[in-house]
Design a protein around this ligand. Structure first.
Ligand code: SF4
Ligand code: SF4
Length: 501
């Protein structure tokens, strides 16, 4: 067993209101530059829908992630060295600008320079790439603008994998928002596919980065990432991706998207994992959610603690792993699930599936959505949206999703009983009151110190961290300008974080 530390995130989808504040603050911080106008390291999609880039989940088209070959061996779906060499100058599996969207600005000048006339002047959209007038036909969350539209939702690859009955009835049933960043996978296909060795996973905290000094712009990482979370900067011809805001994380501050999330639905913490278990888990032919969980180590286990110390993990990091909300939600209570575990990259951004659509459907079926019995009945009999959620989070295992939703419903029912004196219908379902109350504290009323348990980097690892991140263009040409003088926002936010209760 080799113990490593991984910075991870959980998002509670019940709380996402789709405001896109996270996307905007991320863009302002990292991709508000030439060459990455179309890039959203963080984007928020509306499900069911086609997402960004369009139909990114269609791996038959994009060939992202890993698959098992006929002998059960783990292979990149995008092909091995020979196919990469053959397609190095003309990679056929790349999304085009049409698959992302053509970014636009507006002709604001016409508003202030137009001569007096009877009608208000109009600011027409201009392409942010060419500067020419354009017609806006899509965007990074176009599904939201056309919420519920059959045209967009029916094109969702997850819907295509479901039964005809589900396809016909989903429109009346549900929608929810899905915020996405890079998954900082334990088995990253982007790293494995890079011919230049430019993509790498930091050993200290598992954050996946691009060394731009080594990047040659082959874009194999763009194809291989099944989540489509690596992008090409078309000015510098280098790959760029979500950095998990490593300069902030190193000083114990949450990522920009998590810090600014209006719904307070993001949790950040450390998990310890067994590096030696990664390959077997990624190549599992069984339950892929269980396989992903099998890599994570119990931070309270004495053997794990001893090995972690031998492997150079500091005591305050082990203590942080014990207080980690990711450990509590993904492992202890098992209410957080990985996104598309069938891609076999072992993603480290976990999701609590949304209960709200089930509550709406319970009421629509004539039940009482505050009654655990009625909600449990709905969860067990309703195939929508369970099948859909199963396509997203459990590689199709609807029972696993149902189990999580029942736990979430039990928390509500238990707390309702406690506060109103209503009969508690959850005690006979084998759920401990203490667990339900701990989940309530984490999911409903968690303070900032409970949501973000981020140990600062160690000063003695400074040189190592600096060498690992030296390729990231913090202040080079076309960069975000974050090195040199410390940007004001970081210490300011850090101070405000510490002040809050
Ligand atoms: S989600 Fe991130 S770490 Fe995983 S394959 Fe894609 S770019 Fe790499
Ligand atoms: S800021 Fe939070 S609530 Fe708003 S869209 Fe992003 S994840 Fe959802």
């Amino acid at each position: 067993m080799r113990v490593r530390a991984q910075m991870a995130m959980v998002m509670n989808l019940d709380k996402c209101i789709g405001c896109s504040t996270c996307s905007v603050t991320c863009k302002q911080t990292w991709t508000n530059r030439d060459g990455v106008e179309y890039v959203w390291f963080n984007n928020v999609e509306t499900k069911p829908g086609v997402g960004y880039p369009t139909r990114w989940e269609d791996q038959a088209r994009w060939k992202g992630g890993w698959k098992l070959d006929s002998k059960g061996r783990l292979r990149l779906r995008s092909g091995g060295k020979i196919r990469k060499l053959a397609t190095i100058f003309a990679n056929p599996d790349l999304p085009s600008l049409d698959d992302y969207y053509e970014p636009a600005t507006y002709d604001y000048d016409s508003l202030v320079t137009a001569p007096a006339s009877e009608r208000m002047p109009v600011a027409r959209p201009l392409s942010a790439i060419t500067g020419l007038p354009m017609k806006m036909e899509t965007g990074p969350n176009w599904d939201d603008d056309l919420g519920g539209s059959a045209l967009y939702a029916a094109a969702d690859p997850n819907i295509a994998a479901m039964s005809e009955r589900v396809q016909l009835s989903f429109e009346q049933t549900f929608m929810f928002h899905l915020p996405r960043i890079c998954e900082h996978c334990l088995n990253p296909a982007c790293v494995a596919s890079c011919p230049s060795g430019a993509m790498y996973k930091r050993e200290t905290d598992g954050i996946v980065l691009v060394d731009e000094n080594k990047c040659r712009g082959w874009r194999m990482c763009v194809s291989a990432c099944p989540y489509k979370k690596v992008y090409l900067n078309h000015v510098t011809a280098k790959a760029e991706k979500c950095t998990f805001c490593f300069p902030r994380i190193e000083e114990g501050t949450p990522t920009v998207c998590a810090e600014t999330c209006v719904g307070r639905l993001r949790y950040i913490g450390l998990v310890l994992y067994n590096l030696d278990a990664v390959e077997e888990a990624a190549g599992s032919s069984g339950d892929l959610v269980e396989a992903a969980r099998s890599c994570l180590l119990d931070p309270f286990d004495e053997t794990v603690i001893a090995q972690a110390k031998l492997d150079g993990i500091a005591e305050d990091w082990i203590a942080a792993a014990q207080r980690s909300p990711i450990w509590a939600l993904a492992m202890k209570h098992q209410v957080a699930l990985p996104l598309h575990p069938e891609y076999r990259t072992l993603p480290m951004v976990w999701y609590i599936p949304p209960l709200s659509p089930v509550l709406d459907a319970t009421a629509a079926m004539g039940g009482d959505n505050t009654s655990a019995d009625d909600v449990f009945h709905a969860v067990t009999t309703m195939r929508v949206p369970l099948d859909y959620l199963a396509q997203l989070f459990t590689a199709g295992d609807a029972d696993l999703v149902a189990g999580v939703l029942m736990k979430l419903a039990a928390v509500r029912s238990h707390m309702r009983a406690l506060t109103t004196g209503a009969p508690n219908t959850t005690t006979d379902r084998g759920l401990e009151a203490a667990d339900l109350e701990e989940l309530y504290r984490l999911l409903a009323i968690a303070k900032i110190a409970d949501r973000f348990v981020i140990p600062a980097a160690h000063r003695e690892e400074g040189a190592q961290l600096a060498s690992w991140t030296s390729g990231y263009p913090l202040d080079g040409p076309g960069s975000v300008g974050m090195s040199g003088p410390v940007p004001v926002a970081v210490p300011t936010l850090a101070r405000s974080t510490r002040r809050r209760p």
